[in-house]
Ligand binder design. Structure first.
Ligand code: ADP
Ligand code: ZN
Length: 828
């Protein structure tokens, strides 16, 4: 018997399916996964068919109006995955399906229909009688040749025309294609100057340089600057002119004397666009045995999760690449998740080099059209590898053999700011399970969760305990800034206190030797506090309970949560005192002090403020790599994934920014960022060193980072988590109320708390409701209820979710919103 009903999920903030009947003409296309247009209230909405129950008696319900795509958007596998996400993360299925749909498909389809050949007149006559919509479509196309679906709907006055259009396409009278807005990326060319090494030896040029130094200073300066560059790398014309304060005419003279070459080079607009030939590397023994285990797992055709714990610089990426080769050879496909694609240009470039067009990259800076193209290439099997941030876990690949999650500990895998609040790392495990395939989680600093799973044999642990070429890990010094600051204040009156003497001396030595220096200060802006010395008043955002950060470059105070901007006051608004000072250090202020200490140093600051323009992040990095900067100073952006072999010194201006946050993951994140940034040093023959400045030199996360001792950190932290009942010792759910009035949210949570206590297993713990650490954001009060449930009594968290469902208010007052976050990354 044919199914006659369709259960449809519509993206709405509540969890419910709506049942429609399937009209006869749609019965072939109305299958699970199809995108449909359905009547909803007085309007029409787009939804997804979830299942088609059979029914003999047709209830009086409305029919589906139209089917939007010739093939369903979701396969059965994806429907299952999305259903799991909706259930586990307690998000409406419609919202999950919507976030799994490629951007280009979400809005109104811009599908275009073109007339390919005229049907015989007799056929048209026939249609006029039996299929007036087809006749009308052909009639209009004969006049206009090409029309969008929307235009056709208007001209024919038929709204549901997808089905007749699809039939006409099958009969080859028309063709259908997508005409989404697309940005055409033209190659961009830039003028570069390099030494003419074909006609001159290095000595020739140095001779010229000496001669020119007396009488043609600018020409000499240019030659000197070019001699500093790596071999034939050269410099951008603009940069060179700026640096040497010269002009195009000077360049012309040097060109005429055959000393330099002026050439146009194409540069990429996108960091990953430039392709380099792949590095063919002989794997090390550790890499080989890791790869062997992974290959066996892939070949076994059964699901398995593997945790690749490889110290920084141990060659994890090469293992990923080889594992993917193996997957493709076996005729399967692979997904690679990376934390933030704009921050990982190097890794994407390496994948491109190896797999070229077999890769689709999903990137938030792509246009809708480009993203949709990528999605289609993956779905049609034209590409077998999808790389991207967390949403790439929804890539429509078939026959998945391997899912890699690089830097699996990263917070960015968790969607925290909108529903569904999923963690792509954990979804990867579920998707792999559905496909009988392998998940490879990789990190130098695994999350407590994953490492714990590995120790309990849920995941298979694979280790890369050595750096490539057995380069040693850098030596780490800890500087106690409490003592150091006292000395600095007497040494250099004024406020030069962000850089200790030892760090200063080491920077001087390293830049003297033209070695690279990376400095981490994980806070942007100039200073995080404007404080009144007389009454201790601190300037806060009027909408959020956070201090306003001073940005010296723009001379304003800015809230980093809501973006509100204010002029700094001249006088304390509370006591009218005038002794207002900026306290604390952001990257801008550290940059200023560095520049004062090293007037000749070329310093690059990399943070969210200096990388707003497309490609600027990559520009800074490639200039640093080619020696155009001496010091790279930045926020966590400089801590991750970078592989520069000239970097020998890494300094951490303050290790304490994260440590002081009231969150159960503060120590873990501190250990991770210190280990990761330290890992940037000493990636070649010159030994690296790391200097960490802190007010808490005895803290265990700093101590274990100093000795590069992940296992000891893990054991100590795990013990703490067990004692205080935080994950992975327990399972966590966070309920957050946001309300305009201060009391409404708290009251609601109190109610829920009571109900939860009645239904939760007795060994669960409910904390709160209490004001969140950030008690107010964008003028909404935030209250938290934290639920810790026991993994023993409730291993799959089923009871936890069921209790929350039952405690959830049937109806919410208009001014309160409740957010459910299962496995939250943090509780701030
Ligand atoms: P990780 O991701 O573990 O920090 P990478 O994969 O970036 O390490 O490798 C560090 C460096 O070592 C890279 O420059 C890479 O090209 C190089 N490398 C990796 N494997 C090998 C190998 N087998 N032989 C030589 N060099 C290698
Ligand atoms: Zn604010």
């Amino acid at each position: 018997m044919k199914p006659t009903l369709a259960n449809v999920s519509i993206p709405l903030p509540f969890d419910r399916l709506f049942t429609y009947s399937i009209p006869d003409e749609l019965s072939d296309l109305a299958i699970p996964g199809a995108r449909v247009m359905v009547p909803f209230g007085k309007k029409f909405k787009i939804g997804y068919i979830v299942d088609c129950p059979e029914s003999t008696t047709l209830p009086a319900i409305k029919p589906i109006k139209d089917i939007l795509d010739p093939k369903p958007v979701f396969t059965e596998e994806m429907l299952k995955l999305c259903t799991w996400i909706a259930d586990y993360y307690m998000a409406p299925l419609g919202e999950v399906l919507r976030s799994a749909t490629p951007a280009g498909l979400i809005g109104e389809s811009k599908r275009t229909v073109r007339l390919e050949k005229n049907p015989p007149q007799t056929t048209i006559e026939e249609w006029r009688k039996r299929s007036p919509r087809k006749a009308a479509i052909i009639h209009n196309l004969q006049q206009h040749k090409e029309l969008t679906i929307t235009q056709l709907q208007k001209l024919t006055r038929f709204e549901n025309i997808y089905v007749p259009v699809n039939e006409l396409a099958k009969e080859k009278y028309v063709s259908v294609f997508d005409s989404l807005p697309r940005t055409h990326i033209k190659p961009k060319t830039v003028t570069f100057i390099r030494l003419n090494t074909r006609d001159n030896t290095g000595d020739d040029i140095r001779n010229h340089l000496t001669k020119l130094e007396g009488r043609a200073k600018k020409q000499a300066a240019i030659l000197a600057a070019l001699l500093e560059q790596h071999e034939d790398a050269g410099l951008e014309e603009k940069v060179l002119i700026q640096k040497t304060k010269s002009s195009k005419s000077v360049l012309k003279t040097l060109n005429e004397r055959n000393l330099i070459v002026i050439e146009k080079r194409t540069v990429s607009r996108e960091e990953y666009d430039d392709t380099a030939p792949p590095e063919e590397l002989e794997l090390t023994l550790h890499q080989k045995s890791a790869l062997q285990l992974i290959q066996q797992a892939i070949d076994s055709g059964t699901h398995q999760t593997m945790l690749l714990h490889g110290i920084t610089g141990s060659g994890k990426t090469q293992v990923y690449i080889e594992a993917i080769h193996h997957t493709l050879t076996a005729g399967k496909t692979a997904i690679v998740l990376v934390p933030e694609i704009s921050l990982t240009p190097q890794i994407v470039r390496r994948f491109r080099a190896h797999f070229e067009n077999d890769v689709v990259v999903f990137h938030s800076r792509l246009s809708e059209g480009e993203r949709y193209d990528g999605w289609k290439r993956a779905r049609e099997g034209k590409a077998s590898i999808a790389i991207g941030p967390r949403s790439a876990i929804f890539a429509p690949l078939k026959n998945i053999g391997l899912i890699i999650v690089d830097e699996e500990h990263e917070a960015s895998y968790k969607q925290f700011d909108s529903s569904p609040r999923y963690n792509a790392r954990d979804v990867a495990v579920v998707r792999a399970h559905l496909n009988n395939s392998v998940v490879l989680l990789g990190s130098a600093t695994p999350s407590l969760e994953s490492y714990n799973n590995a120790l309990q044999n849920k995941y298979r642990l694979i280790e890369l305990p050595e750096r490539i070429n057995t380069y040693p890990l850098p030596h780490v010094h800890i500087v106690n800034m409490r003592d150091e600051r006292k000395v600095l204040r007497t040494d250099s009156p004024g406020t030069m206190t962000s850089i200790s003497r030892i760090l200063r001396d080491h920077i001087r030595q390293r830049i003297g030797k033209k070695e690279g220096v990376i400095l981490l200060q994980n806070r942007r802006g100039f200073s995080p506090y404007l404080i009144c010395l007389d009454c201790s008043y601190i300037e806060e955002c009027s909408e959020c309970s956070v201090t306003m950060t001073y940005h010296k470059i723009k001379n304003h105070l800015r809230c980093h949560y809501c973006g509100r901007i204010r002029k700094p006051p001249d006088m304390c608004p509370k006591c009218r005192g005038i002794r207002l000072v900026y306290q604390g250090y952001g990257t801008q202020r550290v940059e200023e002090e560095l520049q004062a200490l090293f007037p000749d140093a070329r310093i690059a600051r990399m943070d969210m403020d200096s990388t707003t323009r497309k490609g600027s992040h990559n520009r800074i990095l490639s200039r640093f790599e080619s020696g155009g900067y001496d010091i790279l100073l930045g926020t966590q952006m400089v801590a991750k994934g970078l592989d520069f072999d000239h970097v020998t010194l890494v300094g951490v201006i303050s290790a304490d920014t994260q440590l002081l946050l009231p969150d159960f993951r503060s120590s873990e994140r501190t250990f991770q960022i210190l280990t990761q940034v330290a890992g940037r040093a000493g990636r070649s023959t010159v030994e690296g060193e790391v200097i960490i400045q802190t007010n808490f030199p005895d803290h265990y996360s700093i101590g274990h980072a100093m000795t590069h001792d992940f296992k000891s950190f893990f054991e100590e932290e795990m013990k703490k988590r067990a004692e205080t009942h935080w994950p992975p010792a327990t399972r966590l759910a966070l309920l957050e109320a946001r309300s305009t009035g201060e009391q409404a949210g708290a009251l609601l949570l109190e109610n829920m708390c009571e109900k939860l206590n009645q239904t939760l297993p007795s060994d669960s713990i409910v904390l709160g409701p209490s004001p969140a650490a950030l008690a107010r954001v964008k003028n909404l009060y935030r209250f938290h209820l934290i639920i810790k449930s026991s993994k023993k009594t409730d291993p799959t968290a089923k009871m936890l979710r069921e209790s929350i469902r039952r405690a959830f208010p049937k109806k919410l007052p208009g001014d309160v919103k409740i957010i459910i976050d299962i496995d939250p990354y943090g509780v701030l």
